[in-house]
Structures are given as C-alpha cells and as structure tokens.
Write a protein that binds this ligand. Structure first.
Ligand code: SF4
Length: 453
C-alpha cells in the first residue's frame, strides 16, 4: 500500500514525547513515574488513527507528485479503506475532506510565496537537541523560505485543542526547524490545528528567536530533570493526561490542601468565596472520578481495596430473541404501536450516518416552508413578503412558483426556519476565561424562557 499506514497505528512514542509535553514540562518526574504504566488504546484513539490513515491517503493523492501507477495504487487504497474500515462513514469522509482542504490551501499559499516550497507527510520530527531522545511525528510539514508550517489533525471532538501556545506544536516546530533550517531561510513557524468535527481551525505563529529561547529556558531544563527522574511533582490541568492521575500522591496532596478551605466568620460564605470554591469543586470532582476509576480497575484485577468490595451492579432485563418476541405479540393480535417504535435519530447520529453537509442541506429548505424576504430583492419580492417554497431540487429552490433560485441566493435574500433549530442554551456558570460572551443576567437575556429545575 502506498502509505505509511502502519506508522499511524504503531507510531513510536518517546519517553518525552511532544503530545505529553504539557505534563513532563510542568511535572518532570511524571515521565519516569509512568513510563511502565500500561498503554491502553481507546475506541476514540482507534477512530482517530483511522481518520489519519484516510487523510494521508487523500493528501498523497492530491498534493504529492506521483506517477499513474502510484496514483492507481492510492485510489485502490482509498476504496479499500472506505469499504473495509469499521470507523468509516460520511462523518469521517467529510471531516477528512475539510482537513485536506485546509492543507491544500496552505500548501498553495506556501507555493505562491516560495516556488520551492515542499510538503512532507508523516514526518519524523527530531527535537533531541533539547530533549533526550525527543521526537514526534508531524502529520503535515510545509517547508518554504520565510515560514515553516506544521499542520495537525485532531479528529476527536470531546476536548477542544487550540494551536495557540500549544507545547506539542512548538516541539514539532523545533524538530522541523532543526531538520530544514540549513536548506531554507526559516524565520517563523506557523502552527495549525484542524479539528473538523468541532469546526475549528486555529493557528499560532512564533518567531524562531522566541521558539529557541523557549526551548533553551523552559524545555531543556525540564527535559533534563524528566529524563533523570528528578524535579518536583506539580499537579495541575496536565494531570488529566497522566497515567498516574488516579493514585498520584502529589495530586492527592494538592487536592487535600484545596479541601482544607478555611471557613471564617460570618456563618455564610460571601460570593467571592463561593467563586473560589467552585474552582476547587471542579478540580476535586475530576480527581474523585479518576481515583474511583483507578480503584475499580484495581478491584477488577483482583486487588482488595480496604473497606470496599466489588459487587454485581444493577442491570436491565432484555429480550433475547426480538424476532420471536415480535411474532408472539403478532399472534396475540396486539396493536404494533404498543410494542414497536420507530423514531428519527438525533442530529449527531444523522450526521454520523448521512454526513454533516448532507443533513444540513436536506433539512435547510423543504416544500411548504415559509420564507420572508429580508429586503426588496430580485425584482420580484418586497421586504417582509412571505413566500412559500414549492419545490426543492438539489441546489435549486422554487419559490411561489415564480422564481427558481440557487440556495446561495435564497440564503442571501430570505430568512426562515429550516428543520434544524438551535434553541438558546440554558445559562451555565463557567470561569471568566471561557470564550463565550457573558450574558447580562437571567432576567434580562432569558425573560420569558422556561427552564427545568
Ligand atoms: S498526576 Fe499530576 S502531579 Fe501526579 S505525576 Fe501525574 S502529572 Fe505529576
């Protein structure tokens, strides 16, 4: 197969890998503490690996030079992937296409800036000048005079990942600069993370001087300590990705310290104190979950957790043979609506099975829908005029039997509610660093709304 497919699933991991840099830079001894912990691969990780494989095939097909034989080989590999990969579906196809489009666009930009720009896929990036045995694998590296760009696909949608100040991307940047600075005059590194399932493309740019200063003053000293298993344990956000997060003493100490909140007079806490306690509560609940998972894991492996025991959890009854059960109800002449149900899937499920773009298009306009002209437009309609959608034929929308317009024109000139609506979310309290705009108040912004309590 004309790909580095095995490289995705079997990417080697350095002790001081780029993806774990936030952990070992902030808590250097964590590297040796966890080096022999079992590596467990989740379904999400497997799915991400599959998306990387497909995107590499498309990128090789679209932006690398290859002869007709290699092209035929790539086409066959894509087909085989689409037919045979258990994670493949419209959602993956669309997400990968979005990512590939960003890479193509950035590569064309680089070519426009510098004719000798090149692109490397699945490039091993060695940053061992600063970190013992440090290397990682960059999804895409575009090398050109002036700017070197690293692009990374994050297929997950559980945790948003930004390129801004991202340690992993900065280490990749160091590795790429090390490999290519003797060939190209690289003055800055552009780092981009594409997270298509969250509709997110984030980019950060760092000058070479600043990157090298960070490597010398932050990375190198932390890496030396981490390699030697020395330094100070420090709990924080980075613990989330640590294999010792469930039984780490330093994390427990930090959390127990947070628990020892000093309650003073008067009897009731003021709002400032409540604000601080919310941060502590968040941290404690994440920790409690990790400790519970660790304990459960140990118990399942046969370890005894003092004062706790493993018991059978609650379970639901289930019908072992649905076909026979249906036949039994039929023969008893019970009305089908009493034992069968067919329901439309949720939007997330529809997008997964049919594709995000396809679902959005199918449900945007429908026959019988009422649209309202935003302004006097198209010589036929006046501002505020209501028109009915008579027919939807792919990109063409027929309005009131008088106009046949493409979707873009309809969107630009009319408004109306399609079959997907996003109601306002319930107010939630989040730290002020959250990117969403602040609501004025529940009374002001949610007047008239009803919420479950
Ligand atoms: S859980 Fe946190 S404090 Fe403990 S070793 Fe891991 S990163 Fe360090």
């Amino acid at each position: 197969m004309t790909t580095t497919q095995p490289a995705h699933a079997e990417r080697a991991h350095a002790l001081l890998g780029a993806s774990s840099a936030p952990r070992w830079i902030n808590c250097p001894p964590s590297a040796r503490l966890t080096e022999h912990h079992e590596e467990s691969r989740s379904e999400y990780a497997e799915e991400g690996t599959a998306a990387h494989e497909l995107s590499e095939l498309y990128l090789r097909q679209r932006i690398t030079l290859c002869d007709s034989e290699a092209r035929a080989d790539l086409n066959a590999s894509i087909k085989a992937f689409q037919l045979g990969n258990r994670f493949y579906g419209p959602e993956m196809e669309n997400a990968v296409q979005e990512y590939v489009a960003v890479v193509e666009e950035r590569f064309l930009e680089a070519k426009a800036r510098s004719a000798d720009a090149i692109v490397q896929l699945e490039e091993r990036l060695d940053y061992s000048e600063w970190v013992p045995e440090g290397f990682g694998t960059g999804d895409v590296v575009i090398i050109a005079d002036g700017v070197l760009e690293i692009i990374d696909l994050k297929y997950g949608k559980g945790v948003p990942v930004s390129a801004v100040g991202n340690y992993q991307m900065k280490l990749y940047g160091l590795g790429a600069w090390s490999a290519f600075n003797w060939l190209y005059d690289i003055r800055e590194i552009r780092m981009t993370i594409v997270q298509p399932r969250l509709d997110s493309v984030s980019t950060d740019v760092i000058g070479i001087d600043e990157l090298l200063a960070w490597a010398d003053t932050v990375v190198k000293p932390a890496a030396e300590e981490a390699w030697a298993g020395k330094g100070t344990y420090k709990a924080g956000e980075h613990c989330r990705w640590c294999k010792a997060k469930g039984n780490c003493r330093a994390r427990a100490d930090a959390n127990m310290e947070a628990l020892a909140y000093e309650f003073k007079e008067p009897a009731l806490l003021d709002l400032e104190e409540i604000g601080s306690i919310l941060f502590v509560a968040e941290q404690l609940s994440a920790w409690a979950k990790d400790v519970a998972e660790f304990a459960h894991d140990q118990a399942v492996k046969g370890q005894k957790i003092p004062q706790w025991k493993l018991v059978e959890g609650r379970s639901n009854r289930k019908i072992t043979n649905k076909e026979v059960a249906v036949a039994r109800f039929e023969s008893a002449e019970i009305e089908p609506e009493k034992y069968l149900k067919t329901e439309l899937c949720g939007i997330g499920d529809l997008e997964k099975k049919i594709g995000k773009k396809e679902v959005a298009e199918l449900l945007e306009f429908y026959e019988g829908q009422t649209l309202v002209a935003k302004d006097d437009c198209l010589n036929n309609f006046t501002k505020g005029q209501e028109v009915e959608v008579c027919e939807v034929m792919g990109d063409q929308i027929v309005l009131d039997g008088v106009a046949r317009l493409d979707r873009k024109t309809v969107r630009a000139n009319f408004e109306g509610v399609g079959l997907i609506q996003k109601p306002p979310g319930k107010p939630v309290l989040v730290p002020e660093t959250d990117k969403r705009p602040e609501l004025n108040s529940v009374e002001g912004d949610f007047a008239g709304e009803e919420f479950d309590v």
